[in-house]
Write a protein that binds this ligand. Sequence first.
Ligand SMILES: Cc1cc2nc3c(=O)[nH]c(=O)nc-3n(C[C@H](O)[C@H](O)[C@H](O)COP(=O)(O)OP(=O)(O)OC[C@H]3O[C@@H](n4cnc5c(N)ncnc54)[C@H](O)[C@@H]3O)c2cc1C
Length: 430
Amino acid sequence: MRYGVIGAGVLGLTAALRLVERGHQVTVLERDRLPGGLAGSFEVAPGAWLEKFYHHIFRTDRHAVALIRELGLGDDLRWHRPVTTVFVGGRARQLDSPRSVLQFDPLAVPDRLRLAAGLAWLRLLPSAGSLERATASEWLPRIMGRSAYETVWEPLLRGKFGDAAPEITMAWLWARIHCRTADLGYLRGGFARLYTTLAARLEERGGRIVYGAVVTAIRTSPDGGLTVTFGSGGAGEAGEAFDRVISTLPTGLTVRLAPDLPPDYAAAHPAPRALGAHCLVLSLDRRLTDVYWIGVNDPGLPFLAAVEHTNMVPEAEYGGRHLVYLGNYRHHDDPVFAMSKGQLVEAFTPGLRRLNPAFDPSWIRDSWSFAAPFAQPVVTTDFARSIPGFDTPLAGLYVANMFQVYPYDRGQNYSIALAERLVRHLEPGT
Ligand SMILES: Cc1cc2nc3c(=O)[nH]c(=O)nc-3n(C[C@H](O)[C@H](O)[C@H](O)COP(=O)(O)OP(=O)(O)OC[C@H]3O[C@@H](n4cnc5c(N)ncnc54)[C@H](O)[C@@H]3O)c2cc1C
């Protein structure tokens, strides 16, 4: 069978590898010049690669750990326990363990106890089923108390989902709390190594990856298969015929590429309801803070997260550079996406001074700005009903994307699991 896979993110590459292993001919078409998609990297220093958006995995990410081991990178997966905090009441306060919850002084002691009990209950609850129809904005204040809701949860939900915050399902928050660990995994040399190794394994087994291939259309071919049209910069458009095509793009974007899909399917999958992600990455000549993660719960700061990567991975691995991400989730037409690096640094400097009053822009040696327009599905209480299956009404066209990993938050682990599930669906009994 000739398979075409659109997207060389972790989902597309894993699915492609599994199909090649089952004896199929597989071509992956990827818009970018490198593999990895949302988990892709850039060369931050000569020979040193860093993800465009902050990345780590959790101990519970068993599919990701298994793939890393299978590719021979297991010895390079290092586990760290860096400090993660919430910026509230003018400073960053640790909030990553039962003990730190009990010491979290923006809340009165009874409120801390209630927060700790609520968290413990969510960690013990084996599935999200009973929480699906509850909004986090209703459930959290009722169970964990209004004070904890307003101090810890509401700013997080608002920062991540904007105006949709009141509608977010509690099932999504259950998954984030239930499945996450304080230990964070990171590959020596970055996740770029996972993607170059995965791509190399796929090619060794006979798979093909075409980089710089922007898919513009998927149409039925007269012979019954599907023809995928893609442009590759100045080289014009090319078409390639496949028996089956897997699109790893959000379903609403796949619909735009496939005009032969029936109108009712297209209407059921409009433009993806998702926020875009933006990160300004700074290379500093010194440390900004002494913690890895700062979730910003103060609307006065112009970013939602400050992640000092080199407080998890030693700066020596980056030639002594201190690397900090300043992240935001915004609607894809938000002005932040159009700002130059200079404008971003100017806009973010007051916020950086709130994290470290001594901060001066002269500490910045280099900066990079990265954006992804559809990065965070908006998981409202009716979200589950809109999730499509793998099959589409167009014979041979399948959709698999991070909108289908619900109630889990998008993550490399869940895209890998989804790819394995897709291939079992396509090739039952193999
Ligand atoms: C800010 C941020 C932080 C994150 N942090 C973590 C983390 O700490 N840990 C973790 O595990 N995960 C994290 N994630 C999530 C993780 O990156 C994703 O879940 C995962 O990479 C999704 O992989 P995917 O293959 O499903 O999709 P994608 O990576 O989106 O892959 C889709 C691919 O399709 C390509 N493509 C799109 N349109 C076309 C076209 N027309 N033609 C050809 N190719 C096309 C894209 O270039 C891309 O390579 C984070 C994501 C973001 C945005």
